[in-house]
Design a protein around this ligand. Structure first.
Ligand code: G6P
Length: 372
């Protein structure tokens, strides 16, 4: 009720601001990267060290926002752990004929652990002989945790807003830890690298706090956005799924139609939609793809499109006519997706507020979809 909301008007807003705490909780007690962080808690628990030695690929199954966290993890798992990774929407995987591969770690991601399609996809994988399963879940007592060999519990706390926020960022943190543990098991993470990665992760709560402080600038963006019916989100690499998640958040709670594209695909279709009536959000961290992204931004500007760019501290993108820039305080390396999603959550929230929608209970949607 109202008491639990404290100073917030909506659970979603509260949950966005709980993310530093949720990330701190996730890292509490993690002294070192070790497989036992993933030991099972289900009915037939397994030891992660034993499972990690028997797998040479990863299959991620999930729905909605949880699916997008899996899409980010694919970039991490392939780059840092050298593991070929497939990510599938659970409702597609369960109904298609796929090629089972027993040396696969099947990772089912779900905030609730009760999503019907995700559970069915997991059972389908098991029925095909894939027994190395891991639940990444926010609810310890869920069916998903019971039915998997390995477990990682996110520590987001209860999430009430239908649009997932803190569950997503803690899933990403859990998936990054999983990537590091698998990299270590495969001899790809030495002691110095492990110490550095953990140090970077421990900085997350503070880094998130600084990103949340950008809220006043996002309120300004939202005032302009709320006037429009369409928006386009662009990203590259692991920030492409972040663009997808930003578009999903906007659709879910503000009912503005939004699409996300990997920026390199702009010229293969969506550029035809660009006018001054369709704002274009660009997730633009200072990584190896920034120069490519800048030329994608030029393509938009040259067609009269208006850009809203989430840049990093030192990326030398300056605000100009038709080009709005919010600068995140740092460049966060591999953890950047966890930081860059936060302004997109705030943008969606403030657009919804401006449009007067029911933020915590958007029309036609449910928090947990336990029937097909
Ligand atoms: C519903 C919710 C989404 C969520 C999805 C998957 O559609 O509205 O916010 O991402 O289910 O839920 P799960 O509990 O499996 O992560």
């Amino acid at each position: 009720g109202a008491a639990e909301l404290g100073p917030y008007r909506h659970y979603m807003h509260k949950e966005i601001f709980e993310q530093p705490r949720a990330l701190a909780d996730t890292l509490e007690g993690v002294e070192a990267i070790a497989p036992d962080l993933f030991d099972g808690l289900g009915e037939q628990p397994a030891t992660a060290a034993a499972v990690f030695a028997q797998i040479d690929r990863v299959l991620i199954l999930a729905c909605g926002t949880s699916y997008y966290s899996g899409c980010v993890a694919k970039y991490w798992l392939e780059e840092l752990a050298g593991l070929p990774t497939a990510v599938e929407v659970a409702s597609e995987y369960r109904y298609r004929t796929s090629v089972p591969e027993p040396r696969t770690l099947v990772v089912a991601i779900s905030q609730s652990g009760e999503t019907a399609d995700t559970l069915a996809a997991l059972r389908h994988a098991q029925s095909l002989g894939m027994g190395h399963t891991l639940a990444l879940c926010n609810v310890a007592t869920s069916a998903l945790v019971r039915e998997t060999a390995l477990t990682y519990l996110t520590r987001a706390g209860v999430e009430i807003g239908v649009a997932s926020t803190k569950a997503f960022s803690t899933q990403l943190a859990g998936l990054f830890l999983l990537t590091l543990a698998l990299a270590q098991a495969r001899g790809r993470l030495n002691a110095a690298q492990q110490a550095q990665q953990l140090k970077d992760m421990r900085h997350l709560p503070l880094a998130l706090q600084a990103v949340l402080a950008l809220e006043p600038q996002l309120i300004q963006w939202a005032e302009a956005f709320a006037q429009h019916e369409h928006a386009l989100f662009l990203g590259r690499g692991p920030h492409y799924p972040i663009a997808l998640e930003g578009a999903l958040k906007l659709k879910e709670i503000s009912y503005i139609h939004a699409e996300a594209y990997p920026a390199g695909e702009l010229k293969h279709g969506p550029l035809a939609l660009v006018t001054s009536a369709m704002p274009v959000v660009v997730v633009a961290p200072n990584d190896a793809l920034l120069e490519k992204l800048k030329s994608n931004m030029q393509e938009v500007r040259a067609r009269g499109g208006v850009l809203y760019v989430l840049a990093d501290a030192d990326s030398h993108i300056r605000s100009a006519e038709g080009l709005h820039v919010i600068r995140l305080p740092e460049h966060y390396g591999h953890l950047s997706p966890i930081l860059h999603v936060v302004p997109l959550q705030l943008l969606a929230y403030h657009c919804a507020l401006a449009r007067g929608t029911d933020v915590d209970k958007p029309r036609n949607l449910a928090k947990s979809v336990t029937v097909e």
